[in-house]
Write a protein that binds this ligand. Structure first.
Ligand code: S2G
Ligand code: ZN
Length: 465
């Protein structure tokens, strides 16, 4: 059967005009936010229903064609890249909120619902969807589930996985599995829902999700604290965690702040320049909590851990303080950064970061390095900025050489080579630094159960056999 005939058959499975093959669409839908893999899909298909997704999977099995799931295309590991003639299954046409249950505090969404849309829906109903990150304005719930998205509130609310009450997935065999039935308690064998969360579409595609909501937070208040060095950040975290119920604890370096200040659209937190900054957030639900926060701040200053600081006094100031952290990813993207998203247990962070910083200093002496991340979760984002004069390929080749030392250090600290961005293509060849051979064998055996023909996001997480 010719390629043309195969695509013509695909067109009969979905609504008219819902299969695109023009170069602009192939380019736009065949990639995510990574910039190192030229997109080369053979077609983009937009299913409107679960039945159409099942028909597409059966079609792909018949013709042994790889399928790549695509949501907001904000991923950072290449998991939504179609570089080898795969068909991209884009969920933009499955973007409805289907149900809301006030008593269960759940919202049933199609996978193409934008994360911010769910956050807004929750707020409009006096509730809160607490998973948040810089790309929430364009990422989709299906992709958030596929990558178990984390972000800036994990220290209090956990990852996306904590908020999935029920899941409908279409497996690589085209079967529809309805998982957990939105139950809070369900001790009836393996919780298969958890296998599909974070599997990057390699076992099946999310076609419906029932998400849990939380009570709305009261009077969220942020502080930005300048510290003399990185080591001071951990005792600050410890002091504030002992005094308050934190909803966030982030950090960024002076180089990161300088990039934000250079934008000219975000006010400086305070006058002094400091080597590192912590951004923390809590619910100032009453005067006593706010006083406790100030007392803790003064204690940190007395201890020499904090040089200067500010606490938000309004919603506007809260938002401006968050911009200092949330704008980083998009701001530094101008320099095509080489990214590492690594994590260790929080207690190991000081020693770990010292070792990593030494490697970076030794092997990247001429590159600009921007550190930031969710330090309260032990998650560091290491961004090496590409010098203007270097080509992207030469720059990535030189950075890739250093991965060996970085990931050996991660392995030595029992850490993760990918804390929240996933494995996709970018971290696939380094999986062994964080997962044992036995674990990888088990994961491949599980994939064989749900995707025996290997058509579901082929080549992601594991290199093709
Ligand atoms: C963050 C977003 C992607 C990146 O800002 O926390 O996860 O690393 C990142 O720039
Ligand atoms: Zn992050």
């Amino acid at each position: 059967m010719t390629q043309r005939a195969v695509i013509d058959e695909l067109m009969t499975l979905v609504d008219p005009g819902k299969v695109l093959v023009d170069p602009a669409s192939l380019e736009a839908y065949g990639k995510d936010w990574t910039k190192h893999y030229p997109p080369a899909p053979s077609a983009i298909v937009f299913p409107r229903s679960i039945e159409q997704v099942q028909a597409i999977v059966h079609w792909a099995n018949r013709h042994k064609i790889g399928l790549v799931p695509s949501g907001g295309r904000t991923g950072l590991s290449g998991a939504a890249v179609a570089a080898h003639g795969e068909v991209v299954v884009a969920f933009d046409a499955m973007n409805q909120i289907l149900a809301f249950d006030e008593f269960d505090r759940t919202v049933t969404c199609q996978p193409g619902v934008i994360t911010h849309q769910l956050q807004q829906f929750a707020e409009d109903h006096g509730l809160y969807y607490p998973v948040d990150f810089a790309s929430s304005g364009s990422s989709q719930i299906g992709g958030n589930i596929g990558t178990n998205a984390g972000g800036i509130k994990v220290i209090r609310y956990g990852m996306t996985r904590n908020w999935v009450a029920g899941l409908k997935v279409v497996t690589g065999k085209g079967e529809l599995l309805e998982l957990n039935k939105d139950l809070v308690k369900n001790a009836t064998g393996y919780d298969l829902r958890q296998l599909f969360i974070g599997a990057e579409g390699t076992l099946g595609f999310v076609v419906e999700a029932t998400m849990r909501l939380d009570r709305a937070p009261r009077n969220l208040t942020a502080m930005v604290l300048g510290t003399p060095d990185f080591d001071a950040i951990m005792p600050v975290l410890h002091a504030f965690q002992g005094a308050l119920d934190l909803t966030a604890f982030e950090f960024f370096s002076d180089k990161g702040l300088a990039k934000i200040m250079a934008r000219g659209d975000v006010p400086a937190p305070f006058a002094s320049d400091c080597p590192f900054y912590a951004l923390l957030e809590f619910e100032a639900s009453n005067e006593a909590v706010a006083s406790q926060a100030l007392a803790t701040f003064e204690h940190c200053v007395e201890q020499g851990w904090v040089l200067d600081g500010v606490m938000s006094q309004s919603e506007t100031q809260l938002k401006n303080l968050w911009k200092l952290r949330e704008y980083l990813s998009e701001t530094i993207s101008h320099w095509t950064p080489y990214k590492n998203d690594i994590s260790v247990t929080v207690s190991k962070v000081p020693a770990f970061l010292r070792d990593i910083d030494a490697i970076v200093g030794e092997h990247y002496p001429d590159y600009e390095v921007v550190w930031y991340g969710h330090i309260g979760d032990g998650n560091l984002h290491l961004n090496i900025l590409k010098p203007e004069h270097m080509t992207k390929d030469a720059f990535f080749a030189s950075c890739t050489k250093v991965n060996k030392w970085v990931f050996e250090t991660v392995q030595r600290y029992n850490g993760s080579i990918s804390a929240e961005h996933g494995v996709g293509l970018t971290k696939r060849d380094y999986l062994g630094y964080s997962r044992s051979a036995d674990e990888i064998a088990c994961m491949k055996a599980i994939k064989a159960v749900f995707d025996p023909n290997g058509i579901m996001n082929p080549g992601k997480i594991f290199a093709p056999e």
